[in-house]
Design a protein around this ligand. Structure first.
Ligand SMILES: Nc1ncnc2c1ncn2[C@@H]1O[C@H](COP(=O)(O)OP(=O)(O)OP(=O)(O)O)[C@@H](O)[C@H]1O
Ligand SMILES: [Mg+2]
Length: 371
């Protein structure tokens, strides 16, 4: 998958532009606050139809104007398609090959990107919800039907929590919702475990390549309904349902006291270990960065393996906090992938590539070729 052209008008601080990216590496060089991340955001929006920085359309439109536009020509295998996104204060409109889509989700996933943003370093250290989102996103990009599985689960969870919150509790209704919760929950967990089983060896390799072979990284699924989950022999749906029901029963009245569902995929977590020790508590900043980069690269490798389509990698300020050896290893690893990459940097010397690249200087929102 490649961006053949990218154009935008009235988007954040970027002066209106149209660029023809390189099929491999695209480097955006500039001082702070010049518009580098804004450009990655325009690409991310074309893929996800929402930003990673805001939910407010008006923040994306250049100050004082009413509407912004982003147009991406995308090559997917042998096909090309044009995605056009219009952002107005209250509306987002998307055209695919000139046809206005009825629902935004019709255009979701036509372009696939994997983003590494500086704040992602906190993925392992931060709240479990961010790790669940990473996992769910990774499942979704390899299996579009997962979105409805997840939304069925979330709807059931909401209904069950409403019963738990209601002081005039209805034991029968709660039981019905418990059954539904484990039914949908087993589907969510089954899909996550399947993805993790495939992702794990790719992650281990990517981490070794980026960080070095001295440290062994591993991933674990931490379940709210079991002590251990064996990723090599994941439980089937029936076993998952029984384990969740048993865990719910074992809680006794805890859920009623706390007025929320305490068992299910919404309480599960992903854990990364370095030489058997949880990275969350012990890893250094550079190790965190390498872990997250390895997770994202593993996601790309998996999609390439499964669909032959390599998503576009967006790396925002990736080299800071990596020592020169790790930075070198990262770039050798990136060179071993075959997809398109966009990298921002404040200093070109961080970019250790000698070919297959185009570069632009980003200055006060303007893009100038820097080759
Ligand atoms: N809607 C908008 N209209 C005009 N300018 C905007 C808008 N939103 C953000 N900006 C400006 O964009 C600039 C920030 O751009 P961006 O985040 O892309 O910087 P950057 O080059 O990635 O910097 P850094 O190296 O610090 O990450 C800021 O100067 C900000 O004021
Ligand atoms: Mg930035």
């Amino acid at each position: 998958m490649r961006l053949q052209t990218l154009a935008a008008q009235h988007f954040r601080n970027l002066q209106d532009f149209r660029i023809v990216p390189h099929p491999r590496f695209n480097i955006l060089i500039g001082y702070n606050a010049q518009g580098k991340t804004n450009l990655l955001e325009a690409i991310y929006l074309s893929a996800n139809l929402k930003s990673f920085r805001t939910h407010q359309n008006e923040e994306l439109v250049r100050f004082g104007l009413q509407e912004a536009r982003v147009v991406a020509e995308v090559q997917r295998g042998n096909d090309t398609l044009t995605l056009e996104l219009k952002l107005q204060t209250r509306r987002r409109l998307v055209w695919v090959d000139g046809q206005l889509t009825r629902r935004l989700t019709d255009a979701l996933g036509l372009l696939q990107v994997i983003l590494f943003a500086p704040e992602d370093v906190a993925l392992i250290k931060g709240q479990p919800s961010a790790r669940r989102s990473f996992l769910d996103h990774a499942v979704f990009v390899s299996r579009a039907s997962y979105l409805s599985i997840l939304s069925d689960y979330n709807a059931t969870l909401k209904r069950r929590n409403a019963v738990l919150k209601n002081d005039r509790r209805d034991a029968k209704l709660l039981e019905v919702y418990s059954e539904q919760l484990v039914e949908h929950g087993a589907e969510v967990i089954g899909a996550r475990l399947e993805l993790l089983r495939q992702l794990r060896p790719l992650f281990n390799d990517a981490f070794r390549n980026i960080f070095g072979a001295k440290l062994e990284a591993s991933i674990r699924y931490r379940a709210s309904w079991a002590d251990q989950v064996d990723l090599d022999a994941p439980p089937d749906a029936n076993t998952l349902r029984c384990a969740m029901l048993a865990a719910i029963r074992a809680l006794g009245g805890d859920e009623l006291r706390r007025k929320q569902s305490l068992v299910g995929p919404h309480r599960d977590d992903l854990e990364v270990l370095l030489d058997g020790t949880p990275a969350k508590a012990h890893a250094s900043q550079g190790q965190h960065r390498s872990i997250v980069l390895a997770l994202k690269c593993a996601e790309i490798l998996l999609l390439k393996d499964r669909f032959g389509l390599e998503p576009i990698l967006l790396l925002d300020d990736v080299s800071s906090e990596l020592d020169s050896t790790r930075n070198q290893q990262l770039f050798s690893f990136l060179a071993s992938l075959s997809g398109q990459v966009f990298i921002t940097t404040t200093a070109r010397e961080h970019i250790l590539l000698d070919q297959d690249q185009s570069a632009w200087t980003v200055h006060q929102g303007g893009l100038t070729p820097a080759d």
